[in-house]
Design a protein around this ligand. Structure first.
Ligand SMILES: [Mg+2]
Length: 188
């Protein structure tokens, strides 16, 4: 077993690990939750199984708490444990005055109460506005909308291993992270 780092890796759900639709896509859904057809991002089970020995894992989605619980139950491989599984009730509702719309923000200050320092937290999201106040902690990935050739989780795995032993996640430039993964061994 590799050494586990002192880092907490928080993963978003929709368009990060899965894509949910209310009508079936041309590709077959992996499972259904209520009225939703759930498509898992390619490699999600392998990603979670391979990354869990290295990081403490959490899920934080701005979807309803029940939806989050059901989906996490369905996608979690054996032996993968979650330090937190959080849904909308842990998010902070914000108003975007330019767009005249509301959105949910994930404020990492709330995670500090679990005993993690901000320097130790990495949050993965496809929606920059949801991690607006976590700029130094966020790694943004391409949204997954059902492309069966998507390889984002393979790239992400390689990149995350380069952050594992960092002293302070917040001081590391993470923009353009994908171009920095090539020298490292991939998980497949
Ligand atoms: Mg998302």
């Amino acid at each position: 077993m590799p050494d586990k780092s002192d880092k907490l890796l928080i993963l978003d759900l929709d368009e990060t690990l899965i894509h949910a639709t209310t009508a079936p896509l041309t590709i077959t859904a992996d499972f259904q939750v209520d009225a939703f057809y759930i498509h898992q991002r390619p490699g999600v089970a392998r990603f979670l199984a391979n990354i869990s020995p290295h990081f403490t894992l959490g899920i934080w989605s701005s979807a309803s708490d029940e939806y989050v619980t059901d989906i996490v139950k369905a996608i979690t491989p054996p032996d993968v444990e979650w330090a937190l599984i959080w849904g909308r009730s842990r998010c902070t509702m914000k108003r975007d005055y330019t767009l005249d719309a509301y959105y949910f923000e994930k404020k990492l200050e709330k995670v500090k109460k679990k005993g993690f320092r901000l320097e130790q937290i990495i949050i993965i999201d496809d929606s920059p506005e949801k991690s607006r106040s976590n700029y130094g902690n966020a790694v943004y990935i391409e949204p997954f909308t059902g492309d069966s050739n998507d390889q984002e989780l393979t790239y992400l795995y390689d990149y995350l291993l380069t952050l594992k032993d960092a002293n302070n996640i917040r001081t590391i430039e993470k923009r353009g992270w994908r171009s920095r993964t090539w020298p490292y061994a991939t998980m497949h």
